[in-house]
Design a protein around this ligand. Structure first.
Ligand SMILES: *Cc1c(COP(=O)(O)O)cnc(C)c1O
Length: 381
């Protein structure tokens, strides 16, 4: 048996008629940038996230960068995020002209450790050198970061929170927050939430795309202007801000409108398969990433931990099972970002995870014989 890491063709063929019709409609209308499909999808995706506004942009990286700029974060400012993330989280901070400051992750959730976040902010306040303006928690692998304490700390230190929800379309966080305890979708809890529609994501288009979502009317309006070279939709050729060209196109929006209808169903399939892995994988050498009691992951990835990661990877490869490592080098150890590393802070958990993690195939199109094959192979190593 050969099991690829992803299977985009299989998903496309399962909804081919609807997708082809949607693309053809855009071609027939003859309007390709910022039109009816983008507007409709912005509304539908904001609705899905449980927020008021959505602004379509060219990628998840741009979504993060524009969200920072909308919060007036730029040159001379610092932004806290984690080293255990995809590079775009940090690239977006640099693109905005700001400096990333890393705080380590929790070894159970693999996401931002609120305790370490608070420690860092207290030590910064003491040293009187505080240029920190915002926090970007990442909902890595589709598992939400622990938002209640992060939002509390942000409030206490007067910082903006921009969620990197690029891997977390439809993930849910059960909040105990007073006065509004309840379940919140990833991306809806901070000042702004950022999504990517890169093809591998739980909701992916057939190219690049992204969105910023928010309940804040002014921030939404500002992102809307910044994404289109600083002009408003109504006052063309009047530029109040220095914006960029970062627009979602009509064809991608039309594709995403079709696919959004299937997102919950696809996420449920991912969860079902993830649970089969959680119950089926039984090997003394493997540690599994369990859901926190306050989380409903959308399982963008299924990530194992093993002290013999390289051996496991080779073994699965020989048996036809594709795997990847998300991500092999924590950002603070990347050459491009080494200038930002503060030597007195420890990133032991991110470093440990980077050595031990391995992502195995997880997508709605996997069938049960493939899932069983993967489980049996792992258990027999
Ligand atoms: C994919 C991803 C991004 C960026 O998305 P692009 O659309 O590729 O720019 C940002 N952060 C995380 C965690 C991601 O997984």
């Amino acid at each position: 048996m050969k099991i690829p890491f992803n299977n985009f063709r299989k998903q496309y063929f399962s909804i081919k008629k609807e997708i082809d019709t949607a693309i053809k409609e855009v071609l027939n209308k003859g309007w390709y940038i910022l039109g009816e499909s983008v507007e409709a999808f912005e509304e539908e995706f904001a609705d899905y996230c449980g927020v008021k506004y959505g602004v379509g942009v060219a990628s998840g990286t741009d979504a993060l960068c524009l969200a920072l700029q909308a919060c007036d974060v730029g040159t001379g400012d610092e932004v806290i995020t984690v080293p255990n993330t995809a590079v775009p989280t940090v690239a977006a901070i640099s693109m905005a002209g700001a400096t990333p400051v890393f705080v380590d992750v929790d070894i159970e959730t693999y996401n931002m450790d609120p305790g370490r976040l608070k420690e860092l902010l207290i030590s910064r306040r003491k040293s009187n050198s505080n240029k920190i303006k915002a926090i970007i928690p990442v909902h890595l692998y589709g598992h939400p970061a622990d938002m209640d304490p992060i939002l509390d700390i942000a409030k206490q230190f007067n910082l903006k929170v921009i969620e990197d929800a690029c891997q977390a379309h439809g993930a849910i966080y059960h909040s105990e927050k007073n006065p509004y305890p309840g379940s919140y979708k990833a991306g809806s809890m901070g000042d702004l939430g950022c999504f990517s529609f890169y093809p591998t994501k739980n909701l992916g288009c057939y190219g690049d795309g992204g969105m910023v979502v928010t309940n804040n009317r002014e921030l939404a309006a500002k992102v809307r202007v910044l994404r289109n070279l600083g002009q408003t939709d109504r006052q063309k050729y009047e530029h109040r801000y220095k914006g960029v060209n970062s627009r979602l196109d009509e064809i991608q929006a039309a594709i995403l409108r079709v696919k959004l209808k299937y997102l919950d169903q696809w996420n449920e399939s991912r969860r079902r398969i993830a649970h089969e892995y959680l119950y089926g994988i039984d090997h003394s050498d493997m540690m599994l990433h369990k859901e926190a009691p306050w989380a409903k992951s959308c399982y963008h990835l299924f990530v194992l931990r093993s002290s013999r990661r390289e051996q496991l990877k080779q073994y699965l490869f020989k048996n036809g099972i594709a795997t990847l490592v998300h991500y092999p080098i924590p950002i603070h150890l990347q050459t491009a970002y080494e200038d930002y590393v503060e030597s007195q802070i420890s990133y032991e958990n991110s470093e440990k995870l980077a050595k031990e993690i391995l992502s195995i195939p997880l997508y709605p199109e996997l069938d049960s014989s493939q899932v069983d094959y993967i489980i049996n192979n792992i258990n027999n190593m």
